[in-house]
Design a binder for this molecule. Structure first.
Ligand code: ATM
Length: 248
């Protein structure tokens, strides 16, 4: 075991539930996040949907810098892999501190479209940066928070890129070579294998409806027993506005 991993403190825990969606381009993460959020809300849960890079105004500004295709004087200056990693992690520090942790402290279910596994896949496997250094830097930026559950929406790389082209959603990363995207994809598969307890690898080639059903089947045992939204509202109101009087 490395000196770093042996020194790493155990990750912080919160009353809420932290769930992430990972996968290559065009795998349908955003749609599935929204679908799951709807299902959870209908079942009385309090949900926050967010994404990376992004999730706060400053982190969204960093996202723009990272993903917008370069024009003007920036056009000829490449973003180095280290600069890319530092920007992603700077955005994550803002996101974890100002959005994710406060929601988890309130007991919410946080659904995040990409998180640290994307850093390992894109900047680690894709760009070739040292994965242990990325993990240390990530833990420094975030306090070491980890998702409870991560869905890998798996799709052949070529199909994902085609889907993105069709949707005209090209960003700076989409323009990378096929070999880069293949390395990223292999990275996700490796990460999912290394921590099978946290990951659920799902086939993103099935229809969005089938995929959504499969996701719900995995989530159902993890959320507090489903109750009707009406019942939940009543019990929330009671707790918030009419605390039980003490018998004393
Ligand atoms: P999406 O909106 O498709 O999730 O795009 C976000 C991009 O940010 C994605 N690439 N594309 N195309 C991957 C990239 N990214 C990283 O490179 N590292 C990270 O840590 C994260 C969270 C995202």
């Amino acid at each position: 075991m490395s000196s770093h991993s042996s020194q790493r403190k155990s990750p912080p825990t919160y009353p809420g539930l932290f769930i992430t969606f990972e996968g290559p381009e065009g795998s349908g993460k955003t749609t599935q996040c929204q679908h799951l959020a709807q299902w959870l809300q209908t079942n009385g849960q309090s949900v926050l949907i967010t994404r990376e890079p992004g999730g706060t105004p400053i982190a969204e500004a960093i996202r723009n810098l990272l993903l917008t295709k370069k024009t003007g004087p920036q056009k000829h200056e490449t973003i180095t892999p280290v600069c890319e990693a530092a920007l992603v992690l700077a955005a994550r520090s803002q996101h974890v501190t100002h959005t994710i942790v406060p929601a988890l402290q309130k007991g919410m279910i946080v659904l995040c479209d990409r998180f640290f596994d994307s850093t390992l896949a894109y900047q680690g496997f894709g760009r070739g940066l040292n994965r242990e250094a990325l993990t240390r830097f990530n833990d420094f930026a975030t306090g070491g928070i980890r998702p409870t559950l991560t869905f890998l929406l798996d799709l052949p790389v070529k199909e994902g890129l085609q889907r993105r082209k069709k949707a005209s959603k090209q960003n700076r990363m989409d323009q990378e070579s096929l070999a880069f995207h293949e390395r990223v994809h292999r990275g996700f598969i490796t990460l999912a294998r290394q921590d099978a307890k946290r990951w659920r690898k799902l086939d993103a080639q099935q229809s969005p409806e089938q995929l959504a059903e499969e996701i719900i089947r995995h989530i159902q045992p993890m959320v507090p027993k489903s109750i009707s939204p009406r019942k939940k509202r009543t019990s929330n109101t009671r707790l918030a506005t009419k605390p039980k009087k003490s018998r004393a």
